[in-house]
Design a binder for this molecule. Sequence first.
Ligand code: S3P
Length: 431
Amino acid sequence: MIELTSITGLRGKVEIPGDKSISHRCIMLGSIADGTTEVHNFLQGADCRATIDCFRKLGIEIENNGSSVVVHGKGIHGLNAPSEILDVGNSGTTTRLISGILAGQPFDSKLSGDASLNSRPMRRIIEPLTRMGANISSILRNGCAPLYISPGKLTGIHYDSPVASAQVKSCILLAGLYAEGETSVTEPSLSRNHTELMLKEFGADLHSMHELDSTKATVTIRPCQELYGQKITVPGDISSAAYFIAAGLLVPDSEIVIRNTGINPTRAGILKVCEDMGADITLLKQRIEGGEPIADILVRTSRLQGTTVEGDIIPTLIDEIPIIAVMAAMAEGTTVIKDAAELKVKETNRIETVVDNLKAMGCDITATDDGMIIHGGKGLHGATIHTLLDHRIAMAFSIAALVADGTTKILDSHCVDISYPTFYDTFEGLL
Ligand code: S3P
């Protein structure tokens, strides 16, 4: 538990830890590539540590010296049968992506995680993998992990995904590496494309296409015999930067620079929403590193207005909705968030956790079936925040606490370890 009160004048520069999505993918692709993969600015959050543990159990030597990691890849067919169950912890990304790789292996494996993970929907990967010829089942027959995967002969399919989910897309593409023929995935709108960018860097035969006059995006992969180890510097995670963007905008008399942040357009929807809300944000030193766009983000205290967040932008900011809701609570006027039913199947049901906690802080907010409606600008007061061990709820409401009257208690605040172990230290650096 942590107790926080309001502050003014956040000033300075912050360095954000490595991107969680990219860090997972470095371990996975590094493990099935030939040669070593050297990863700098690797995120040492619990989710990414779970991915390292799983691949170690699959026989991969992975050196972890703090922020840099060296993966001694054993090639596309080099994984060994695990002698124990693979513990995926709280990580949906680990579970869904590794399942695509495991579906193509000549050995059995079992995956299980914590209570939250084991209640999240896995039919969304079981169904397409089964169509490819994989043998994957939910051990408790409830469509969730624990999962059991045994050898199957994979054939490429075309999958028209009902959800814009990078985890589903990546799972199928990784299985496609082991399938006969071509595998393609069409999603209703483009979700984060780190798997595609990184697979290309590692030498996979892959191409992406946007349909004309439609938001649909298709990616196609052909099986391959070899991937090649890479040297990767992971950009700062925009999902983690989002808390400091919000803090810089909301806390009076603030000016902060958030350095080396990934601004891949499939992730940077929050910047567009901030612009729509009237935020004073400038992107400095824009550049491309390792195929990923990066910038330093200068943020100054701003008067925000309500906005509508809907449609194709949703997948590009899905993890930022809790902090966007906090900004909306402090903004003048009404903010409507819709088309975001996916929030219900994150680490918690984030429509409920966001609405319940903002209500506890005095916000005029209503849950809807696919989002929420927030009547902002009436101020927040301190409250006890029930994070339900959801890291993004802990961090979003820590920022709300900085602009609320009175004291806010964040229960189970240690859960920030999932994606941002040094979150509260970064904060102190700005005070
Ligand atoms: C992720 C994809 C998103 C996101 C998650 C990380 C990834 O999930 O919410 O935090 O690394 O692929 P979905 O694919 O389920 O939308």
